[in-house]
Write a protein that binds this ligand. Sequence first.
Ligand code: RNT
Ligand code: ZN
Length: 418
Amino acid sequence: MNPTPYRFAVEAYGAAGVDAEAALATLAATPLSLQCWQGDDVGGFERPGATLGGGGIQVTGRYPGKARTLEELRLDLDEALRLIPGRQRVNLHAIYGDFGGRKVERNEVAPEHFAGWIDWAKSRGLGLDFNPTFFSHPLADDGFTLSHRDASVRRFWIEHAVACRRVGAAIGLALGKTVVTNLWIPDGCKDLPADRKGPRERLAQSLDLVFREAVDPRHQLDALESKLFGIGAESYTVGSHEFYLGYAALHQKLICLDLGHFHPTESVADKVSSVLLFVPGLLLHLSRGVRWDSDHVVLLDEPTRAVLEEVVRGGFLGRTHIGLDYFDGSINRVASWVIGCRNAQKALLAALLEPSAELRRLEDEGDLAARLALTEESKTLPLGSVWDEHCRRHGAPADRTWYPEILRYERDVLKSRG
Ligand code: RNT
Ligand code: ZN
């Protein structure tokens, strides 16, 4: 029998002290959470034709085929998941409930609105994650929600978040898989505020009320997502990194690090080993900021690789939840899920295949030149052959073979959406 490229790769990694089989096992056991909102440009299904409004985030591009209904979105997700090796999760937002054509206020969202998603996920063995939606709503139009100066507006959004935690817990219970419910608010302002303190005090008070109800952590975990700035909120963001890091450390919540939410030269990877000393868990929003938080498709690039390397090096995978967060309306949306998710998986695989034990030994011995040489030379070890084996084992198409499936799906399904 001829040795396969994978056999060669196992040997090459083995020579560097790395167990490729173990890496594949860990990769297969680490689902990534696919953001449902990539399928319809963050529109949601509160009413037919709903579109993203406000919140300082923006989808650009008018590529045809965007999902218009729950059924279309699930069909598209099925197609994407088929082209991604292994079992993933799906990340929902509150606006993606099945509201049956009725107007359901945000503070009235309930588990019953997600029964269809639960059935869908159950039949596919998928886990789900959840997010309250603090944008695309008249009570968010002036740029403030949980930190609003008007107590009645705050009250509405607190009720929304409380309702969403109940939905998250109900989904987690029904699926027997823990749901991460992630809270991100757009609160901030375009011009320099005179009072930076007041909104932050109000946000902390609102969060205390949001989290008052104890939820079984086996069903649902809470995460908090910070941001640097948004469109139209360039001068001040209430929920900054320092704000949430302090809150999460004090109240033992998960911290969400979105790769597009920091200064362009800031290393998110470097934060991992710091924050996990003080918070119980980490949620990653893998994204690609291009000059601003522009939510481009995830690449197999340095920031993505570095952050996952840090998660693996620190032994943090068990406390880390990995989600994708981008929305690109300029290319085929199913392809954009597939490309981003496969890249994220490759970055994780690369991290798992790093000769970290040897690198650490060299470091401990003070041989820094050898550490540098191995760091660089391990970059050209045959990652692709291990990746191909991962695809093969999970019955997913190999690189350079799945795109015709996208074209077929576009022709047979997406084209007819007008
Ligand atoms: C926005 C945040 C947030 C959203 C999603 C839709 O800047 O990144 O995570 O992208 O909730
Ligand atoms: Zn995000």
